[in-house]
Write a protein that binds this ligand. Sequence first.
Ligand code: ADP
Ligand code: ZN
Length: 301
Amino acid sequence: MQEKAANKSPVFAGIEAGGTKFNCVLATDTNRILASTKIATTTPDITLPQVRDFFREQEKIYGPIQSIGIACFGPVDLDRASTTYGYITSTPKKGWSNQDIAGFFKREFAVNIGFDTDVNGAARGEFVSGAAQNVSDFVYITVGTGVGGGVFVNGSPVHGLVHPELGHMQIPRKRDDEFSGNCPFHGDCVEGLVSGPSIEARWGCTADTLAEHHPAWVLQAHYLALMCVNITLSYSPKLIILGGGVMGQKHLFPLIRQAFQQLMRGYMLPDVPLDQYIIPPGLQDRAGEVGALSLAMMQAD
Ligand code: ADP
Ligand code: ZN
């Protein structure tokens, strides 16, 4: 919802920096959006100034930005003590490796910057106003062009050494599965077996065109259930949220829960019905921008 009138409340900028587009929002809080735009991710020299110019224009209308939150594709450096904090580090996306994203906006706007991974941003969105509200420990997974995951423990995202990369978890490939996976690094990691492009490479058509009773989905559910088993055993989350384009296939959820139950073999099953444990996002495609705005608001003086 856009608010046209000039605004007197403090304004925050949220940037959902993705490999395809930068989703930019200006808001007074996570649900009061003043202005938004999407800017194509081309090269840093073009995209970053375009994002800056959008926010500069908005500042003329709504007043100075208080702080900026960035949920960024990566891998990124989240270590505040590091000389490359706020950088995209070694991404396969051409031209974007070793780019100082947080620093660019810090220099341009001279405000506090919140910076996290894109999936931690989406997880934060679900935490502040989606399916994980009041849930201190949960995992958010996106199954789309790639597979990524954000892990919240005690109400905070896990960063650790770098940040979790759940999409590259290694799982056993079915003995009769001859598809070797399409992850450029690992072949048949989770991403290599279940991402949208992987489905396309395996079956020769895009995931959204596969019929509900196509055998692709039982296989897809098996691998996603294996991932959920490993997540459950590793982090003991109270909730696993599965989002992203491929999870638009809602019939996957019962298949995944059924496979999860079978794979766990009664060992440490969650104390809640599985349809309340492995669930879709509450915010759908708004999770990332809500999370980015929330990151910004956390940085406000
Ligand atoms: P991204 O991961 O690039 O942010 P998405 O989460 O939308 O974007 O994921 C895009 C991938 O999801 C593509 O590979 C696309 O084929 C697949 N996809 C999009 N919509 C659907 C759908 N309804 N059913 C199955 N696959 C879908
Ligand atoms: Zn991989």
